[in-house]
Design a protein around this ligand. Structure first.
Ligand code: OKP
Ligand code: ZN
Length: 335
């Protein structure tokens, strides 16, 4: 399996996140990538293909905001990480406000996703990592490829950050694949949390199928997305599939849902598959509540592999750091 990583992703190290009413150590640590690297061995470096493929998914004003937010935070006299504290109420009218605090609210939806001095660079090289990992699949030189992306991406929308995510690596790769001539691409999101950003980005797109198995948003983050009745609109009608599962879910129930996803994806007949892989379904994950074991990951991956399409695996979550390297290797071994 081809593997890609860029060490500039390690510089992003947010200190704290708002958790149950107080500030807690941030769960999305640089050591997550280091432990995976230690397990997988050498990964190839990405090329730099610039900002254009990012701008196919994210709005220009959001990219400008993300690139400059921390400088503007410092210009406002602040130290440490930039985090918003006020958000526009749903359906509040759009206002062009320049104040950094107003913009932090405008371009985010939670208080768990601080912007550090190194966030833009780390997220940028994460996106380049996904784009470079996609390339051999596009030219038929490989069947599977792994992008060790960090910070993760699937909660980031066209014009918002959240859920530890800033640039949507899987979505950027999916759009690059359709731009390269694939008429249909499927994203299978098997992170514990619903990939709300990816869903929003392709909500009304008919050429990218988004299927997700995740913790029921009635009980789990991100609450406002990922319910089973969300199926897409317009040209994207019925190209979104959400299968929420209860806390405590183990492999047998998980595989039932996965078989439904696989049936729907096979029917969509994509030329290429992108897997948003989070190892936070793991039984010992500190912030999640499924009961998937290390030995289950090859079984899950094998079913996806049996779809028989070129497949890009993009790293999303997974917070049991000590076990993360083994869990990623177990998943990849299923291909
Ligand atoms: C990112 B990914 C308060 C709870 C906020 C955010 C979870 C983001 C998960 N600390 N939790 O999907 O693994
Ligand atoms: Zn997650």
């Amino acid at each position: 399996m081809l593997k890609y990583f860029d060490p500039r992703q390690l510089a992003h190290a947010p200190l704290q996140e708002m958790h149950n009413g107080g500030w807690a150590d941030h769960a999305e640590k640089p050591s997550r990538a280091e432990i995976v690297l230690g397990q997988l061995g050498d990964c190839a470096a990405p090329k730099d293909v610039g900002r254009a493929p990012l701008a196919r998914v994210h709005t220009a004003d959001y990219l400008d905001f993300l690139e400059n937010a921390h400088d503007r935070w410092r210009d406002a006299g602040r130290t440490g990480d930039a985090v918003g504290y006020t958000w526009p109420v749903v359906q509040r009218r759009p206002l062009k406000l320049d104040r950094i605090d107003a913009q932090l609210g405008r371009y985010s939806y939670d208080a768990g996703t601080p912007i550090t001095a190194d966030t833009w660079d780390a997220a940028y090289w994460g996106a380049q990592t996904a784009l470079t990992a996609l390339q051999p699949l596009l030219i038929g030189e490989a069947r599977t490829s792994f992008a060790l992306c960090r910070p993760p991406g699937h909660h980031a929308g066209a014009d918002y950050l959240g859920g530890y995510c800033y640039l949507n690596n899987a979505a950027i790769a999916a759009r690059a694949a359709t731009d390269a001539g694939h008429p249909r691409v499927a994203i299978i999101d098997v992170d514990y949390h619903h990939g709300n950003g990816t869903q929003d980005i392709f909500w009304d797109a008919g050429d990218v199928f988004f299927a997700s198995i995740h913790a029921d948003p009635a009980t789990d983050y991100p609450f406002y997305w990922g319910h089973a009745d969300e199926t897409g609109e317009g040209a994207g009608r019925d190209t979104t599939l959400n299968l929420p599962l209860p806390r405590g879910t183990r492999l047998p129930a998980y595989l039932e849902a996965l078989d439904r996803v696989i049936g729907a994806v096979a029917k969509f007949a994509p030329g290429l598959i992108i897997v948003s892989f989070g190892a936070d379904t793991f039984e010992e994950d500190p912030i999640s509540h499924f009961k998937i074991a290390e030995a289950d990951y090859p079984i899950i991956a094998d079913r996806i592999a049996k779809l028989g399409r070129p497949t890009l695996v993009v790293m999303e979550g997974g917070y049991a750091v000590d076990a993360l390297g083994r869990n990623v290797e177990a998943f990849l071994s299923g291909f």
